[in-house]
Structure formats: structure tokens, C-alpha cells
Design a protein around this ligand. Structure first.
Ligand code: SAM
Length: 194
């Protein structure tokens, strides 16, 4: 896979590579790359034969993803918009990948590159808005893979998951001296049958 990164687009780094390692898709699966940036996640899923939709609030990221798709000879449907808003409500995904903005910094809508890392209050504003809609867009047996950082209020995210009947499992992590990045797998809580 070859990836070029446009100037005003998030340059893939440790969080991107942690998420990238979880991309194991089967041919024909419907996959969403939320906050696609350069398209590094979307392109890998498409190379594995998945049908990929990629969304980013940054229009340059959408152009960058389409550029990288062409360079790697794969098809990706990439669209600009805020989280799930540009998607048809009838879509249900097998897998959803999200490397969200998670730093506890105020959002500045005018600075499009800062939207790649500013997660708003407690670093969880974007994540909670994403999770609110996740159950609707994820198939019953679907899985969401999401990066979180210990710089954000992780207990609040965990509480929220309980409220929306979803559960998480930590799959892997990387530690730095100032933070720890974790990769979470998030699924619907299985309904008990008696
Ligand atoms: C940390 S970067 C990850 C980029 C890429 N997925 C990667 O792993 O390298 C977060 C991305 O989310 C996008 N983003 C931020 N807020 C968003 C929103 N409300 N809706 C859609 N995308 C958003 C940013 O523009 C940025 O491209």
C-alpha cells in the first residue's frame, strides 16, 4: 500500500498504525472509515476486498482518500460531512473504524487541521456524538474499532457505552511517557435468549 498525505490532512502516526493493525476485512464486507484523513484505513480495507465508505469533515481529506484509492487501484466511496450525517439511515456496516480527535482541547471549527486532534471538553465530545449514532449504523454482529487515549476521560466513554447497550474490549495498547493509546473493539451487548 502506498499513501501520500496532502498538506492540510492528518499525517498518519502511532494512533493510525495501531488502528491499521486491526483492519482485517473479508471480501464483500461493508466497512466505514470514519474520519478517514489520508484514507490509510479505508485503502487497506478496500485492498482486502471490502466495500468501503469513508467520511471526513475536512474536504481535503476526502480528496486525499480518493487520490490514495486511485493510486492503489481500489474503489472507495468518500464523502465530506459531520460524522454519520452524510450517510443514508438505511446503511448498516459490518465494521466501522474510527481514529477520532481525542485531545481535551476546545474545538475550533475554522481550523480544519486542528479538528483532527481536538476532541472538545474532556476529549470526548466528538467520541460521544459518534457513539450516540453507532448502534444504528452497526449490524447486529458488527464490530467497531476505535482508538482512545488516556488524555481523554475514558470513564465517561465507558459509562456512555453502558447507556447505549454496547460493550467494549481492549484489544491492544501503546504507552508513551505522557499517555497511553488503546484500541477498543465495540459491539452490541448480546440480548439474552431464554
Ligand atoms: C486523528 S485523525 C485520523 C485520520 C486517519 N483516520 C488516520 O488514522 O490517520 C481524525 C480525523 O477525523 C476527522 N474529523 C474530525 N471531526 C470530524 C467529524 N465531526 N466528522 C467527520 N470527521 C471528523 C478529522 O478531519 C481527521 O481527519
Amino acid at each position: 500500500m502506498e499513501i501520500k498525505v496532502f498538506e492540510s490532512v492528518y499525517e498518519p502516526r502511532e494512533d493510525s498504525y495501531l488502528l491499521l493493525r486491526s483492519v482485517k476485512c473479508s471480501s464483500g464486507e461493508l466497512v466505514l472509515d470514519m474520519g478517514c484523513g489520508s484514507g490509510i484505513i479505508a485503502v487497506k480495507a478496500a485492498l482486502q476486498g471490502a466495500k468501503v465508505i469513508a467520511v471526513d469533515i475536512n474536504k481535503e481529506a476526502v480528496k486525499n482518500t480518493l487520490f490514495n484509492a486511485r493510486m492503489n487501484n481500489v474503489k472507495i466511496f468518500a464523502i465530506a460531512g459531520d460524522l454519520f450525517s452524510p450517510l443514508k439511515k438505511s446503511l448498516k456496516f459490518d465494521k466501522i473504524f474510527f481514529n477520532p480527535p481525542y485531545l481535551p482541547e476546545k474545538l475550533d471549527e475554522k481550523d480544519v487541521l486542528s479538528l483532527a486532534w481536538s476532541g472538545g471538553k474532556d476529549g470526548i465530545e466528538i467520541i460521544l456524538r459518534f457513539l450516540e449514532e453507532l448502534p444504528h449504523f452497526l449490524k447486529e454482529n458488527g464490530k467497531c474499532f476505535m482508538i482512545v487515549s488516556t488524555l481523554a476521560k475514558l470513564d465517561k466513554i465507558e459509562n456512555f457505552l453502558g447507556k447505549i447497550s454496547m460493550e467494549k474490549r481492549k484489544i491492544s495498547e501503546i504507552s508513551f511517557f505522557f499517555e497511553r493509546l488503546e484500541l477498543w473493539e465495540i459491539k452490541h451487548v448480546k440480548k439474552k435468549t431464554y
